[in-house]
Design a protein around this ligand. Sequence first.
Ligand code: NAD
Length: 402
Amino acid sequence: EGITVTVCGGGNAAHIAAGMFASRGATVNLFFSFKDEAERFKAACDKAGGVTVTRKDKTYFGQPKVISHDPAECIPMTDIVLLIVPAFAHEPILQQIKPHLKDGAAVGAIPGPGAFDLVALNALGDVFTQKNITLFAGTSLPWACRFDEYGAKATLLGVKTKVDITTRPNNDAKRNAWLADALTRLHDDTDFHCRGHFLMTTLWPTNAVIHPGVSYGIWHDWDGNPLDEAPLFYQNCNKFTGGVLKGMSDEIAATVEVLKSNGADLSHWQPIDVYMLDVYGDVISDHSSVDRIFATNDAFRGLKAPMITRDDGKLDPNFRTRYLTEDLPHGLAVLRGIAEICGVETPTMDKVLLWAQPLIEKEYLVDGKIKGKDVAQSGCPQRFGITTPQQLIKGDIVSLKN
Ligand code: NAD
């Protein structure tokens, strides 16, 4: 059908995209921010003749057309630019590709948490309207995956059957339908639906809630002594941790109500337990409460908390992982900032955020407000001068705090 997709990022998920999308007839380019990464990927991929993705009962094989760190070589002919990278990479990538975007291109992130639209509007500036760009973001990556041989082989461990996306501008039904259809055709076994206000993706109760919340549950009363073994991250989920997750989900739900009463279409938003059962229902054995839903999810079996090994072989928790470095500035701090604007009390989010932010030496929540120095490198609406629910819904940048 002649569609050209450029995937930005060269990690686990980019391998799957390269192999799967090309095998489904699309022209696929890979854009890397880093030259050495591009060269390494290209050399391995050329040698193997393409990327092979292995799944339980299927394989996908495809060859990317352009693999480059030079946006001029891959962006100008691209219909859909898809960022599949940790959220802190969104802004630098958008800055790099911005001068090269084709008129009418769709530019999106999957997953696209943490007010991707505001971050993108800020990064793209006038290009957004001048080039008629459609921004989009997906609630979650449709895959659990890992690469086995860099640039050549990857394994697809699990596939979600549906993923919701939101778009900006959102008033062109034909354009939305085209995009959802194009993404559905690129992916094998995942249906994409475009629905609701962009805030729905940002408010989705996924990693932003789960990673900081479970980390807090495990470590909030840690005595500082090293451990012999890494604790299981999800399977140990107890009443306390379940309460933290539910508490934050309830605070988002209250925020959603305020935004709905101000006119935002957030009717498809789901609380954390409903969402988990919706995507993982079959592999969760106990549906009775949030803690049991997490503790008995087979997809999470065996996953351990990130640790650092000391010289004597004992283990300390590792807090400098994406569970906090990505999921605070492009996750929990954004949710807290939106709740603040909506006048919603957030005792649970505050507890988690105040515990977590010093562990990565960042300040978002200060004196009860999202006004810390590191808000300037986040997706918090406060960074963009937004102070009212109406401004949140309109979604324009009011003024920039740097
Ligand atoms: P990854 O760590 O394998 O890939 C990261 C890639 O992002 C790097 O290879 C690099 O190309 C790029 N990158 C990193 N920092 C950058 C920066 N500062 N500037 C520009 N580029 C940068 O990640 P992944 O496993 O492919 O996951 C991608 C996204 O999907 C993440 O947000 C992750 O949380 C999410 N996710 C992954 C899985 C999975 O199974 N792999 C599952 C669910 C969600």
